[in-house]
Design a protein. Structure first.
Lengths: 262, 233
């Protein structure tokens, strides 16, 4: 219906964005009737998301003819932004931004570098930045889940942790059960994505490749490649962040810093 | 740092000097000065929020003092590695927080941190000491509240501590279990000679168990001395 009303690609895109946003708004209004207020969060998130993605699209347009190495700057900026976003999920945890940024940089960054070096990810900006951003975004989500779970588990088990400390355990081993659980829980979405690939969902990249004329088998295989890379980047990020953060919740004198009300 | 000249030096296990802790906007404990002597039970009493547990947590450095220090056998406790300090100054909390598994595994926890292992006879002896002979293989999920608390005492004693800090150890127990644990606290002092610092809001319990008492209000010691004098002044 929209295509009959809007003929220009930009106008059509804006109309589609408006309809999609309206649908999300209706859901939020339904939630508000049940006393769950997400209006402000959603309005800010949608406005930010739209501005950010249009800005990146514009930058990509400018960079299209730049040499490949310029994409490194864009990916580094994405990693820093991902670190800041992810750290918000770990409210009250000391050093969450540094831990998140370093973890995403090492986790997603190393997978992007390795895969680019091996030729799995193409080097032109139009391929490297979008694929790299998918790995960074998923690493950010996984990292946020891991830190959020670790934080809530530590806060829920202060008694057990301090009992272990009071019996002479070291700080790291006192919180290690919660490191393991957080790591495992953070990877559930990535594992489920791999498990349900092709059955529950056909991801956007594959749809895009099919639309641009790629052979369906190659598009399908590359989608698997992408999800495997996402899993590797997310897993490595979560592993690093949970190991780094466990040292941050303890003082040098092996005292639990992260406690309710502190 | 050198310890000040102690009075009754031979019998003092802990010497607490001007100990305090503040967090932004609140003084939790201020200027606490006292001694813990061999074999005695020292009660810390006071209303809710008076800083009893905060003071206790400073004694094994679970929290960092912002003023003063504690001398353990004459050594400033900041010079003792925290893990070693906590082995020497054991602690039993209000709730036992047993680790999932068997009773014997809980008793092994402390020694295991130092690469040691208790023998079956040592475990049996520790359990007999808290009135739980034959409980080695019991799963902790099947214990009553009183039994679990007695296991937590045995677990603390497995570290061979020089003193024990008891943070309201009977407040979550029913009357019968409370009496059992009180008997156990007396035995620890009388038979093992291990001095205890007992935090309690129950003045009668303090009078039953302790030789001396400190009364805390607003984070400060307002009275101290022999238990009857301190509590009924």
């Amino acid at each position: 219906m929209l295509k009959t009303l809007f003929h220009g690609q930009l106008q059509l895109g804006l109309a589609q964005a408006g309809v999609a946003a309206l649908t999300a708004l209706l859901v939020v209004m339904a939630a508000a009737r049940r006393g769950i207020h997400l209006e402000k969060d959603l309005a800010i998130a949608m406005a930010r998301g739209l501005v950010q993605i249009v800005a990146v699209g514009s930058i990509l347009l400018l960079l299209l003819r730049s040499p490949s190495w310029t994409s490194i700057f864009l990916l580094v900026a994405m990693i820093i932004a991902a670190g800041a976003t992810s750290a918000r999920r770990a409210k009250g945890m000391p050093g969450a931004f540094q831990v998140s940024t370093w973890s995403i940089a090492c986790g997603a960054g190393s997978v992007i570098a390795l895969m680019t070096a091996l030729g799995v990810i193409d080097t032109p900006i139009t391929a490297l930045v979008p694929v790299g951003s998918m790995l960074i975004a998923n690493a950010m989500n996984t990292n946020g889940l891991a830190l959020n779970r670790f934080r809530s588990d530590v806060l829920a088990h202060v008694g057990e942790i301090e009992t272990a400390l009071a019996l002479g355990a070291d700080g790291k081993s006192s919180v290690s059960p919660y490191v393991q659980v957080s790591f495992e829980a953070s990877l559930i979405p990535a594992i489920d994505s791999l498990r349900s690939l092709g059955i529950v969902w056909i991801p956007g990249l594959m749809a895009g490749m099919l639309l641009s004329g790629a052979r369906p088998i190659y598009a399908a295989i590359y989608q698997f490649v992408l999800l495997a890379m996402i899993f590797a980047a997310s897993g490595l990020t979560s592993l690093i962040s949970t190991l780094l953060i466990r040292a941050r919740v303890m003082s040098p004198a092996e005292q639990l810093i992260l406690r309710p009300g502190q | 740092m050198t310890a000040p000249e102690p009075s009754q030096a031979d019998s003092v296990i802990l010497r607490v000097e001007n100990l305090g802790r503040s967090v932004p906007g609140k003084i939790l404990v201020s200027g606490a000065t006292f001694e813990l002597r061999k074999g005695e039970t020292l009660a810390i009493v006071g209303p809710s929020g008076s800083g009893k547990s905060s003071l206790l947590r400073l004694l094994n450095r679970l929290d960092e003092p912002t003023t003063g220090t504690v001398y353990v056998d004459g050594t400033d406790y900041r010079q003792i590695p925290p893990r070693e300090l906590r082995r020497r100054i054991g602690m039993v909390l209000q709730r036992p927080f047993l680790f999932p598994g068997k009773v014997a595994e809980n008793l092994q926890f402390g020694p295991k941190q130092r690469g040691q292992k208790l023998s079956p006879s040592e475990i049996e002896e520790l359990l007999a000491g808290v009135g739980l002979s034959g409980f080695e293989s019991r799963d902790v999920s099947n214990l009553s509240g009183g039994e679990a608390q007695r296991v937590s005492f045995a677990r603390a004693l497995a570290n061979s501590p020089e003193a024990l800090l008891l943070d309201e150890p009977t407040s979550a127990l029913d009357e019968a279990a409370k009496r059992d644990v009180e008997t156990l606290i007396r035995q620890i002092g009388q038979e093992h000679g291990i001095p205890c610092v007992l935090v309690t809001h129950d003045v009668e319990q303090a009078a039953r168990l302790a030789e001396r008492a400190l009364v805390l209000e607003g984070g400060q010691i307002v009275r101290s001395g022999p238990v009857k004098e301190a509590l009924h002044a």
